[in-house]
Ligand binder design. Structure first.
Ligand SMILES: [Zn+2]
Length: 97
């Protein structure tokens, strides 16, 4: 789901989507139209991050070692990437049209 909703071309990267929320639309390189990342499902992402991170913090505390928390970080990064490649972009219509 890295396709532009205007021209349907694959013109965005995961990290672009991450940086640009609904307040900071992304401009498509191919057609110059603006789009933004749908935030409808962002609670799901936060829930999954918490689901990975909170238990690892608990295990870190229990073992008195930072490693479970450190190991959770790549999982969180992977999860964000996974989410961002799937969440749809929404077309931002020009004002007045
Ligand atoms: Zn486009």
């Amino acid at each position: 789901m890295l396709h532009c909703p205007h021209c349907r071309q694959n013109s965005f990267t995961v990290w672009q989507k991450l940086r640009f929320g609904s307040r900071n639309p992304i401009t498509c390189k191919k057609c110059a139209e603006k789009s933004f990342v749908s935030i409808k499902y962002s609670w799901l992402l936060y829930l999954m991050i918490a689901g990975i991170f909170l238990p690892s913090v608990g295990v870190s505390n229990y073992l008195d070692s930072p490693w479970p928390m450190v190991m959770a970080l790549p999982a969180v990064v992977w999860l964000i990437q996974w989410y961002m490649t799937r969440v749809p972009l929404e077309a931002l219509m020009k004002e007045g049209s």
